[in-house]
Write a protein that binds this ligand. Structure first.
Ligand SMILES: [Mn+2]
Length: 444
């Protein structure tokens, strides 16, 4: 018996790339989310799975797009021809799935009730039950019910799969509050097929297995890495083995360029910096993409990934910093254009989506100053404390004031405020340190 666990397809959404110069690649970005779902269906048919699970957020919005709905139906009809069923529980993005379908649902598609835990029995050709599927859909854009309580298989003689869309956070009442321990305590359950967190993770690898399949195709740099779904194969004693099946045609990636990496050949101008970035780009293509940790795949990633969307982080200390400081032009935009005119033509395209410049001023012998100058040393130590100690950090965040949202919810962002994530916090701290030390040096 084998099945595919997928989640968070977000059909109807596109990659967040807005660039007039994309030309032939604009279709790749526009269709990537659809292509990833089609790949899941291809896998299901090729591998001849018994059924497909979708753990919520099949659609990006509850006001469904006709295109997304039509695409989904066409793909599920391909499964219908192969006698493969599809089981779906709706998540916070598509809570009304099933209530007002634009088209008739293919008869192999089953949507879990939003009012109670649905139970489905999978039977083989001799009418023996080979698996049961449990699931409960969201009622609305959030759901505070402890849904897992009503998932109660009669026995564990067959493989029992539970579909649940949850943040796995007992304190967040928007997304089905529960803990990993809550789910593990359901001993008759064999596999918790989770959705909501967009990153693939196996949280428990013995019965009951608890896993997030993650999203098949990331849409911006916040959804980094190669996405996919999970193939679960169950042998006679109900023991599952899990394989990762990659589906992302575009992989989002952060790439750091440290100009201090090459001490003797530091880039002095933009041409040299762009050359350094190009050599890094070559490296991205040569290096095989990392699949989620702890998992394996038999699929050749080269056949799946068409290209990358990169956020470059340029860091280090050097004289090139002055070019960025003195320029009134938007240098990031100019570097982006230069890179895209070259790197988009690589065997796998490298699209520069954004450039984050974190260069530091060239200060004579900063390492020496850190050791000898007690003020510089203290500023460094103070910044380290602010960066590491929770109570100090809370104080500094309070000082940032009301423009920052420090306790934000990725699914429910208040766009009137700036989101203070870890990366931004550290960057503000680093810039503050830089500013203070440099001002002191100038005074001298
Ligand atoms: Mn989602």
């Amino acid at each position: 018996m084998k099945f595919i666990h997928s989640a968070d397809i977000h059909l109807g959404s596109m990659l967040n790339v807005y660039d007039e110069n994309l030309k032939e690649y604009s279709d790749v970005f526009r269709n990537a989310v659809y292509d990833a779902f089609k790949k899941i269906i291809d896998y299901a048919i090729d591998i001849k799975v018994n059924f497909l699970i979708i753990s919520g957020d099949l659609y990006d919005r509850d006001g469904k797009s006709i295109k997304a709905n039509s695409f989904f139906n066409l793909q599920c009809r391909r499964l219908l021809n192969e006698n493969i069923n599809v089981y779906i529980a709706a998540g916070n993005h598509d809570p009304f799935v099933g209530k007002r379908e634009i088209f008739n649902l293919p008869e192999n598609v089953f949507i879990c009730s939003s009012e109670e835990c649905s139970e489905f029995e999978m039977k083989d050709e001799y009418s023996n039950i080979i698996a049961r599927v449990y699931g409960n859909s969201y009622r609305g854009k959030s759901d505070s019910r402890k849904l897992y309580n009503s998932y109660n298989p009669v026995d564990d003689n067959v493989f029992n799969v539970a579909i649940l869309h949850t943040e796995l956070n007992p304190n967040n009442f928007n997304y089905v509050p529960c803990t990993l321990e809550n789910l593990k305590s359901k001993k008759k359950m064999s596999y918790w097929a989770l959705g909501h967190i967009h990153k693939c993770r196996i949280l428990n690898d013995i019965q009951p297995v608890v896993a997030y399949s993650g999203m098949p195709q990331g849409r911006d740099i916040g959804e980094e890495g190669i996405g996919g779904c999970l193939l679960v194969e169950v042998n006679e004693v109900n023991k599952p083995s899990i394989e990762f099946l990659p589906t992302s045609s575009v992989v989002w990636k952060r790439v750091e360029v440290d100009i201090n990496e090459v001490t003797d050949n530091q880039p002095k101008n933009l041409t040299e910096l762009i050359n350094l970035m190009e050599s890094k780009a070559q490296h991205i293509i040569n290096q095989l993409e990392n699949i989620p940790s702890g998992l394996h795949t038999n699929v050749d990633l080269n056949g799946i990934v068409k290209g990358y969307a990169i956020r470059w982080i340029i860091k280090g200390r050097g004289s090139i910093n002055t070019i960025f400081e003195d320029s009134e032009d938007d240098l990031e935009e100019i570097i982006k254009e230069n890179l895209n005119s070259k790197l988009m033509n690589y065997s796998k395209f490298i699209y520069t989506d954004s450039i984050d410049v974190r260069l530091e001023k060239e200060i004579f012998n900063i390492e020496g100053l850190k050791n000898d100058n007690t003020i510089v040393k203290e500023i460094y130590e103070l910044c380290d404390e602010f960066s590491e100690k929770d109570d100090l950090r809370k104080g500094i965040i309070a000082t940032f004031g009301q423009v920052w949202e420090s306790n934000y919810d990725m699914e429910n962002i208040n766009y009137l405020k700036m989101q203070l994530d870890e990366d931004t916090f550290q960057e503000i701290l680093r810039k503050a340190r830089e500013l203070i030390i440099y001002s002191l040096m100038e005074e001298k």
